[in-house]
Design a protein around this ligand. Structure first.
Ligand SMILES: CC(C)(COP(=O)(O)OP(=O)(O)OC[C@H]1O[C@@H](n2cnc3c(N)ncnc32)[C@H](O)[C@@H]1OP(=O)(O)O)[C@@H](O)C(=O)NCCC(=O)NCCS
Length: 168
């Protein structure tokens, strides 16, 4: 029997191309039919390997989850950006390759991201998800998040509602 090891660690610049690939596949999978095609393509194209290498080198914290040595997903995290919410930490993004979803990896990455924010001394955490992203809403409420705020994000003139989940 083969055993696949699962590892969660900080991303390094050499991971940039793999993360760009995960970003591309996960965003297409999650947002096709929700975010207008042109806006989605522009957002995906903007974030190639070089963009990610820069993000990793700069202050942003990028975590990756590897399974059997292959990057299956990533999370980005840091200080909460919404002044009206008192929680100090935020997971900005958490995405898995479509073929790696639904087998518990997202839960592990989520727990590691939350722990890392706590290790940085940030109290409480926020995650925003588009309201039409049913999987994300189920995932975050299943993980104990309380949805307490709404916002709007505009993509190519299409306004989409987003929901903030918080953990104390
Ligand atoms: C949302 C996402 C991060 C969840 O990670 P995951 O590894 O697929 O989820 P897990 O296997 O750890 O499942 C944890 C829980 O989430 C919920 N969940 C996950 N996928 C779900 C789905 N497709 N439908 C309904 N609930 C789902 C379940 O409640 C599950 O609980 P269970 O273990 O009791 O069944 C991942 O599916 C993903 O990357 N999706 C596409 C991108 C995305 O929407 N990211 C979030 C943007 S804000």
């Amino acid at each position: 029997m083969n055993t696949l090891t699962i590892d969660i660690r900080k991303a390094e610049p050499r991971d940039a191309d793999a993360i760009a690939e995960v970003h591309h596949e996960a965003w297409r999978g999650a947002y096709s039919g929700i975010i207008p095609h042109r806006a989605l393509t522009t957002m995906i194209n903007r974030r190639g390997g070089e963009w990610w290498a820069n993000a990793i080198r700069r202050a942003a914290t990028v975590l990756v989850i590897e399974i059997g040595g292959k990057i299956a997903g990533y999370a980005t995290l840091g200080r909460n950006r919404a002044r009206e919410l008192k929680q100090q930490g935020e997971i900005y993004e958490l995405y898995l390759r479509p073929e790696c979803q639904g087998i518990g990896l997202g839960s592990r990455l989520f727990a590691a991201a939350r722990q890392r924010l706590a290790d940085h001394g940030l109290k409480g955490m926020v995650v925003w998800a588009l309201e039409e992203n049913d999987n994300a809403l189920a995932f975050y409420s299943g993980a104990g998040g309380r949805d307490i705020a709404e916002g709007v994000e505009v993509f190519d003139h299409k306004a989409l509602k987003k929901v903030a989940f918080v953990w104390e």
